[in-house]
Design a protein around this ligand. Sequence first.
Ligand code: BEZ
Length: 257
Amino acid sequence: MLIFLQSENNYKTYNQKKENKMETTNIVNSMPRIGDKAPSFKAVTTQGNINFPEDYKGKWKILFSHPADFTPVCTSEFMTFAKMAPEFEALNTQLVGLSVDGLYSHIAWLRTIKEKIEYKGMKDIEVKFPLIEDITMEVANKYGMIQPGEATTKAVRAVFFIDPQDIIRTIIYYPLSLGRNFDELKRVLIGLQTADNFNVALPADWRPGDEVIVPTAGSCGVAKERMESKDEDVKCYDWFFCTKKLSKEEVESRLGK
Ligand code: BEZ
């Protein structure tokens, strides 16, 4: 009888462990997708407590993670993010960083960056956007920033572009060993805002000033009209692929608003 109970207990324990493991797996694998509402959270940051995304109503948000404070790639990235912060601000965009380090580590690292690090002509760099402490990994897990194949104790370099309606619009991940391309991050933000503002799509490698794609014809009549159009600003490669001019000035005057 005793043996039976023990073995029953073992069995239960095994099942409980399995359940716990499944729960853990579910948490770790919670990956918000493009088009999802940005998961909400409250957090402690280097700029005080925040309630995300509610505190940034009406703004675009770039929520990004980095693997660890006091590491070289992350330092180069933070200096670049901080240098470009006014450009993101001009695009009505709030930067919010995160790593699974604690608040005092964050503060010490940001002080070191400002006081000691000179890199590629950048010096005296002050990081003014909030950096979230996430030692419990609660936020990192919510956003799928912990990718165990890459690292179980650090976040990968994730970037979430979130629109003023708090919808996730683009997600980019980089591994631990590769710093992000900041021209591309800004291009993505400008591209998303341009697509929304002008009801267009953007071709490969698009940059402001390049031609944009008009919505694909939804009827035979529109397809015919497009192909026969004499509008000099519109160019059709075929009925389903038409572009039009959109000047850099027009894009710049509308963005961020
Ligand atoms: C870095 O930022 O340099 C780094 C961080 C974690 C792992 C490897 C590199």
